[in-house]
Ligand binder design. Structure first.
Ligand code: SAM
Length: 343
């Protein structure tokens, strides 16, 4: 079967085999895939792009992820923690600038206890009609439960790779089984749940990528972040090549035609490989973009990978810039919260 027919079949049935996906990933002809992904994005998500404000509030981390610049083994990194009121103050600034979603992200930092995170959520919720996404890693069921009660709406926890052996070797502090257990808890607690994976992890094959996409389908995610792996000089994976951005765009497009409704961001790592790829992603299925809003002094220190695009700008300047850009590419800036799209 040629790839056009495979793509049509996936769109019609919302089903795919590993072989189907690998064939599409190998194929040199990607314009039909991208066109269809863009059509489906328009049908399910419309022309609006959702802007999310991300506050990276701590770069302390108890984990040993082999690819990540803030892993606890990196002794060269200056560590920071924002205090609770500072986090709330920056959420307020972002809300004033027009953001309707605050993503609270950090390394796995248990200094922020259940109670501290609860306090932050409740205070941010007092600002108005604003959604909170947590992205703070693996915690206990009762922590997740309490934060949902407090008003957290969404949770992002990428599965990173669906290859269990590879996952366990890249994450010596935890296991693939635990990651999936956490994702299932989040679903059970009715969080709008996001997962995702990296393209180009050493040891990953096209088969792995196909399984990654199928795992997103199995988990029935509401959001998915797919971005290239970027080597960080202070990690064990420093000498491996950067993930392929074309392959990333293809994985994004296949995710769109198979799953249809999830919110798909153009990831920051895709902007790092080539700013043009950010725009490309908006034509291959993406409908979301995140902007950092923590104080500039912390942005450079939240170095999960080197990012030369971090410039000192105010929250308002950055928001204006991205709004203009969205208009230039012929899309609309969403004024809504951008909650999960119903089935
Ligand atoms: N600690 C939380 C967690 O584990 O979900 C959130 C923070 S973690 C630093 C956020 C994401 O950064 C990870 O899910 C991973 O996909 C991404 N990341 C880390 N290092 C990366 C690298 N070198 N290249 C690309 N993405 C990376």
């Amino acid at each position: 079967m040629d790839t056009r027919k495979i793509i049509d079949k996936i769109i019609e049935k919302s089903e795919a085999s590993i072989e189907d996906i690998v064939k599409i990933l190998i194929s040199q002809q990607d314009s039909y895939l991208f066109e269809q992904a863009d059509k489906i994005r328009k049908k399910y998500c419309g022309d609006e792009i959702h802007l999310r404000a991300i506050i990276e509030f701590s770069n302390y981390c108890r984990c040993d992820c082999l690819y990540c610049g803030i892993n606890r083994q990196n002794l060269h990194l200056k560590r920071y923690r924002m205090n609770l009121d500072e986090i709330i103050e920056y959420a307020k600034k972002a809300y004033k600038a027009g953001y309707k979603t605050i993503v609270l992200q950090s390394g796995e930092d248990t200094w922020y206890t259940r109670e501290k995170i609860s306090y932050i959520i409740k205070e941010i919720k007092k600002l108005g009609n604003i959604a909170i996404t947590l992205s703070i890693g693996e915690r206990d069921f009762d922590d997740y439960k309490q934060w949902k009660i407090d008003g957290a709406d969404r949770f992002l926890l990428k599965h990173e790779t669906s290859d269990e052996k590879l996952y366990n070797s890249l994450h010596p502090h935890s296991t693939f089984k635990n990651r999936i257990k956490c994702l299932k808890w989040l679903k059970k607690l009715k969080y709008q749940t996001g997962s995702g994976f990296m393209i180009g992890l050493p040891g990953q094959t096209l088969n792995t990528i196909a399984k990654d996409i199928l795992l997103l389908k199995e988990l029935d995610v509401d959001m998915a972040g797919i971005g290239p792996f970027i080597p960080h000089p202070a990690t064990k994976l420093k000498s491996y090549p950067i993930g392929d951005s074309k392959l990333t765009l293809k994985a994004l497009a296949i995710t769109r035609i198979l799953l249809k409704r999830p919110h798909l961001p153009t990831t920051t790592s895709l902007e790092v490989t080539n700013v043009k790829d950010r725009e490309n992603a908006f034509y291959t299925g993406a409908n979301v973009i995140m902007r950092k809003v923590e104080p500039y002094k912390y942005r450079k220190l939240y170095e999960i990978y080197p990012n030369p695009n971090i410039k000192e700008k105010t929250i308002e300047e950055e928001r204006k810039e991205i709004e203009n850009y969205i208009k230039i590419i012929g899309r609309k800036v969403s004024t809504q919260r951008g909650d999960a799209i119903d089935k």
